[in-house]
Structure formats: structure tokens, C-alpha cells
Design a protein around this ligand. Structure first.
Ligand code: GPP
Ligand code: MG
Length: 291
């Protein structure tokens, strides 16, 4: 019954897992004995509302495409989005989106100035990714860059709940990782994005070219991962090790599941490892605060 509610179908919490992983990795790195409970509560509150906002505006922008979805490979059958079924009107969804936006900013103000900045940037990217005039999701390469930037800023948002500590090489690696993990998600949408008339990276470049792109990204990510292991702190070394083990496996699995331009990759290849790692990094972050 809960899963069936129109609000859950609008905000799609299962799909949040891909963004919660960079949040938790950042949270783990930024957490310290000085992190106060108020920042944790309002920080995660702001992130909750950013996700609600990002997915509501995505549903608003995608009504014309989501109606073609057949239920395969995603967190839900998008043709059951409440805006597609008519359970809520465009105006109601816009008002709800505005409410989520204001709530994300209000919670953020209670955390700190750097945190507010990252939340404003995330809200902005969420908007320009999904809605006109830019609607970056229908622009080849623009779709990948937008999602990679979301990965980076969710990572920085999680970090700024605690202390700000930026390792530029790690930030670049997060950007490349987010690109590499977004590419298969746009490949799985190939057929229904094409039906909806969207010119995504998958529709314009096709499966083979995107796999070559993933090989190049994976090689670069592994090189950066090794450099991080050789040069960074113990905490970053753990993250780098996970990255250089999981990224090549994921890229090879993606290559093997590609049939023409259509990728037959089950959503659990992303959701289960991401979900487990999200939980582990959240616990490690809390442990750093209380231990
Ligand atoms: C899904 O995009 C939605 C997002 C990537 C935006 C999230 C933004 C935030 C600020 C959290 P999509 O339309 O490419 O995929 P789907 O087909 O799943 O809607
Ligand atoms: Mg969408």
C-alpha cells in the first residue's frame, strides 16, 4: 500500500540510492567528533528534500516520455507516475516541487554556509537537468556531465555536514565514477527515450561508442585510484580500493549485457552494491562521530 502511494511514485526513494552513496562517502570523510547532531539531522533533512525536489521536477519534465516506459530495468514502472496516470495535476506537482525546494534551503541554512552552497547547486542542477529551457537530459554528453556533477555535489554535500576537506584528485575521481555509472542507466533507457523523441547520449552515440567511453573512463579511474592509494589518507585509500575493484567489474558486466543499442542490465547490479555501501559508510561516519 505504501509503495503504491502516488507520493512515493512521484519522489521514487529507491532510485535515490545512486545519489545517497556519494552523500555517505562524503559524510564518512567529513565526520569528526566536532560534528554536531543538529547538522546531521538538518543536513540529511536538506538532502531528503533535494532528492524530493529533483525527482518531482524530473517527473514534471518527463511526462511525455514516462508514458512509454514498459517497467523494465528501472526502480519502478514510470508509466505509473502520478502525473502520467492523472492522479495529480501539473499545478499540484509544481506546488509540491516548490515546497520541497524551500524546505531543502531552510534545512540547509541551519547547517552552514558551505552546506547551503552545495544544496543550492544541487537544486539548480536538478532543475536544469529535467526542465526547459535547458533540459540537459535530452542533450548528448550534457546528460552525462549533469549527472556526474550531481555525483560530485552530493559527495561534497555529505562532506560539509562535518568538516570541509577537499582532495581535488578524489573529487575528479568521483566525477569520472559518476559518469561511468550514469552511462549504463541512460543505455537501459535507449528504447523508450527514443520513442519519446529524446536525443540522449545513448540515442545519439549508440551502445558501442558508449562502451568505449566506459573503457576509457574505467582505465582513468583505476589510474587515479592507484595514485590515491599511494598518496592519500587511510580513509581515502579504502574508498580508492573499493573503486578500483568495483568499477572494472561493473564495466565488464555492462559490456556483456549489451544487445545492439539496448542494455539488458538488471537494476540490482547498481542498487544492491550501492545500497550496501551506502549503509556501511553511514555507519562508519556515525562511528567517527561517537567513538
Ligand atoms: C532521473 O533522471 C532523475 C534525476 C537524475 C534527477 C535527480 C536530481 C536530483 C537533484 C536528485 P532520468 O529522467 O534520466 O531518469 P528516469 O528515466 O529514471 O527519470
Ligand atoms: Mg525521468
Amino acid at each position: 500500500m505504501f509503495r503504491n502511494s502516488w507520493l512515493i511514485r512521484l519522489i521514487r526513494p529507491i532510485a535515490w540510492i545512486v545519489f545517497l552513496l556519494p552523500v555517505m562517502v562524503g559524510f564518512y570523510l567529513g565526520a569528526s567528533k566536532d560534528t554536531v547532531p543538529g547538522s546531521i539531522i538538518f543536513g540529511f533533512g536538506a538532502i531528503f528534500f533535494v532528492l524530493c525536489f529533483g525527482f518531482s521536477v524530473n517527473a514534471l519534465g518527463d511526462v511525455d516520455v514516462d508514458m512509454y516506459h514498459d517497467g523494465r530495468t528501472k526502480d519502478m514502472n514510470l508509466s505509473r507516475q502520478p502525473l502520467v496516470t492523472g492522479e495529480i495535476s501539473m499545478l499540484q506537482a509544481k506546488l509540491l516541487g516548490l515546497l520541497f525546494l524551500v524546505a531543502s534551503l531552510l534545512c540547509a541554512l541551519l547547517v552552514g554556509i558551505y552546506f547551503v552552497l552545495t544544496i543550492i547547486i544541487l537544486d539548480t542542477i536538478g532543475y536544469v537537468y529535467s526542465l526547459a529551457p535547458l533540459r540537459m537530459k535530452k542533450r548528448p554528453v550534457g546528460d552525462v556531465i549533469c549527472n556526474a556533477l550531481l555525483g560530485v555535489f552530493f559527495f561534497l554535500t555529505g562532506m560539509t555536514i562535518g568538516k570541509v576537506y577537499v582532495n581535488p584528485l578524489l573529487v575528479i575521481t568521483v566525477f569520472l565514477m559518476a559518469s561511468n555509472f550514469y552511462i549504463p542507466t541512460v543505455m537501459t533507457d535507449y528504447e523508450f527515450d527514443k520513442k519519446g523523441g529524446l536525443r540522449t547520449s545513448a540515442v545519439v552515440y549508440g551502445g558501442k561508442l558508449l562502451i568505449i567511453g566506459m573503457y576509457l573512463l574505467t582505465a582513468t579511474i583505476c589510474i587515479f585510484g592507484v595514485v590515491l592509494i599511494l598518496s592519500a589518507s587511510f580513509e581515502v585509500q579504502i574508498i580508492a580500493l573499493i573503486i578500483i575493484i568495483y568499477t572494472p567489474i561493473f564495466t565488464l558486466v555492462t559490456k556483456n549485457r549489451l544487445l545492439g543499442n539496448q542494455l539488458m542490465l538488471h537494476k540490482n547490479w547498481i542498487l544492491i552494491p550501492f545500497g550496501c555501501l551506502t549503509f556501511v559508510f553511514f555507519c562508519l561516519g556515525l562511528f567517527k562521530i561517537v567513538a
